[in-house]
Write a protein of this length. Sequence first.
Length: 66
Amino acid sequence: MMIDPPIDKLIKKAECRYALVCGVAKRARQLDSQYPELLREAGMKSISYAAKEVYEDKIIIRSENI
């Protein structure tokens, strides 16, 4: 099974793994509540879409925002 985006590259986008997990989960909840039509159009689950945004540097994970 291939994970996209690659987890090893995602980890480099945050100060620590905990911050990455919390930040992606927080963004996924935001997508579920505010942008469900975006997820339907993309055909992705919120957690996958949030991880993709982090990978593409569309959002930045900072530990002080967790």
